[in-house]
Each structure stands twice: as structure tokens, then as C-alpha cells.
Design a binder for this molecule. Structure first.
Ligand SMILES: NC(=O)c1ccc[n+]([C@@H]2O[C@H](COP(=O)([O-])OP(=O)(O)OC[C@H]3O[C@@H](n4cnc5c(N)ncnc54)[C@H](O)[C@@H]3O)[C@@H](O)[C@H]2O)c1
Length: 242
């Protein structure tokens, strides 16, 4: 049975990915702050080195190997650079950039032993384009694309591929929580913040569903995804076409 570790699997995109992989016959370790993800839940704080090392070890202990790592856990903070809290910068870089690095590092030998190891980061359209008031998130997402490119080159000979899925806005609690912050930052109502700020960059004016991202991850994890490596896999409703 193929095996996968999915981070941030208690909510939103990560939960949809974990459920989709379970439906596809994978054993899945669902890592999150709370141990209530689908499949085999595991609690870890992925802003810490121990949390990342422990999560990979838990997958190896539970399944005896690892074919797929989906580095998905993420948080957002909306503030101008001038007012950006330094602790939030550190937390966001730790979770969005350092955690994927540590997961790849600790899972490397297992992914190589798999023969078709897959490292999939859930990055963002913000790995390719910036928005104001999201300095830490945009910087870390651009960074994780660089990590994925490096992993792709280092992993090629061992059969490991690495990709960065880059969605536009997805209907999850992370986006729902941003609406009041964006309304405040732009001085508009919450309704206008959704329509005029959040959906503004999408050429196609809708939110993406978590299940649509899960389908793409399952494709990349499967045999037909093997030609994708070192690239952003962009699904952004036309955002970066501009
Ligand atoms: N929602 C979007 O519009 C969107 C768009 C592009 C990319 N993304 C990316 O997709 C990923 C998932 O986002 P989502 O929208 O599903 O968010 P979400 O808030 O629904 O889920 C994120 C999960 O990460 C977990 N998490 C947070 N801090 C953690 C920590 N320190 N250790 C372990 N787990 C932690 C949370 O508990 C939560 O379950 C993120 O990397 C996000 O940047 C989201």
C-alpha cells in the first residue's frame, strides 16, 4: 500500500488531500497541531525542529516507509511591513519554508527507497506574485518554490520528484479568517473585501474548492505525475496570466 505524510491535515486543503489519498488506497499520516486529522492522526508543532523530525519518524514507525510527503501546513498574517510583528515573521517562515525543508531532509532516504518518491509543497500563487500586507507569506512561498527546484535536481537520480502546487484563493478557514483583516487593512466592509480585495486578482471570479487542489495533488503523487518536477503547478483562475 502506498504511504503519505500530509501536514496541516486537520483543516482545509490538507484535510481534503489526506481524505483523497485515503480514498485512493494510501496509508496517510495526518500531521497537525491537533491529532484529529483523517487516517492516522499525529500531533506536532511544525514550527519546531523536533515537530518535523517526529512527524517523519511517526510515519516511518507506522508504515515502515514513505512514498509521498505533502508539506501543506500554513498560516497567514496581514499587516504592512512597517507594522509587521517580528515574531509572526519568524513563525510564518518556520512553518512555510523551514518545515518543508526539514520534512524533505528527514524523509529523504525513505523517499529514495520508495523508487518514486514525491515531495509536494502546497505553495500558492503568492509563490509567483506578491500582494501588499503579506510580506512573510509571500517571501516564504517564493522561498519554498526555490526549495522545490533544488529538491528536484538533487532527487532526480533517486527517482524523487518535487513540485509546488500554486493555487489562487481556496475556500478554507485560512481565507475566511483573512476577510476581516483585509477589510481593516483596506478600510472597506467585509463583503467588499471578499469581492474587491480577495477575488480581485482572479480573472475568473470564484474561490477554488479544496477538493480541486486534492485532485491535483493525487495526480502529482501518482504514476502519471512523474514528469512534473522542479516546477510550480499553477491553478490560480488566471491570476498570474496578467
Ligand atoms: N486557502 C487558500 O486560499 C490558499 C491558497 C493558496 C495556498 N494555500 C496554502 O495551503 C495551505 C493550507 O491552507 P488552508 O487554506 O487549508 O488553511 P487552514 O487554516 O484551513 O489549514 C491549515 C492547517 O495548518 C495547521 N497548522 C497551523 N500551524 C501549524 C503548526 N505550527 N504545526 C502544525 N500544523 C499547523 C492548522 O492547525 C490547520 O489545520 C497553506 O500552506 C496555505 O498557505 C492556501
Amino acid at each position: 500500500m502506498p504511504t503519505a505524510l500530509v501536514t496541516g491535515a486537520a483543516s482545509g486543503i490538507g484535510r481534503a488531500v489526506a481524505e483523497h489519498l485515503l480514498d485512493g488506497g494510501y496509508d496517510v499520516l495526518s500531521v497537525d497541531l491537533r491529532d484529529d486529522g483523517p487516517g492516522t492522526p499525529y500531533a506536532a508543532d511544525l514550527t519546531t525542529r523536533e515537530g518535523n523530525a517526529g512527524a517523519v519518524q511517526a510515519a516511518l514507525d507506522a508504515f515502515g516507509g514513505l512514498d509521498v510527503v505533502v508539506a501543506n501546513a500554513g498560516v497567514q498574517h496581514v499587516a504592512s511591513v512597517r507594522d509587521f510583528p517580528e515574531d509572526r515573521w519568524d513563525q510564518i517562515v518556520a512553518l512555510l519554508l523551514t518545515s518543508p525543508f526539514l520534512l524533505a531532509k528527514h524523509a529523504w532516504d525513505a523517499l529514495a527507497a520508495s523508487g518514486s518518491g514525491r515531495f509536494i509543497a502546497i505553495a500558492s500563487a503568492h509563490a509567483l506574485a506578491a500582494s501588499p500586507y503579506k510580506a512573510a507569506y509571500v517571501s516564504a512561498k517564493h522561498g519554498v518554490l526555490g526549495l522545490v527546484k533544488t529538491l528536484a535536481l538533487e532527487g532526480a537520480e533517486a527517482g524523487i520528484t518535487a513540485t509546488a502546487v500554486c493555487p489562487g484563493y481556496v475556500r478554507t478557514p485560512l481565507v475566511e479568517r483573512q476577510i476581516p483583516d483585509q477589510a481593516k487593512a483596506y478600510g472597506v466592509s467585509e463583503e467588499r473585501a471578499l469581492e474587491e480585495v480577495i477575488l480581485q486578482p482572479h480573472a475568473i471570479k470564484r474561490l477554488i474548492e479544496p477538493s480541486e487542489v486534492a485532485e491535483v495533488v493525487a495526480f502529482l503523487a501518482g504514476p502519471n505525475g512523474s514528469a512534473f518536477s522542479g516546477v510550480p503547478v499553477t491553478m490560480d483562475l488566471g491570476w498570474t496570466a496578467r
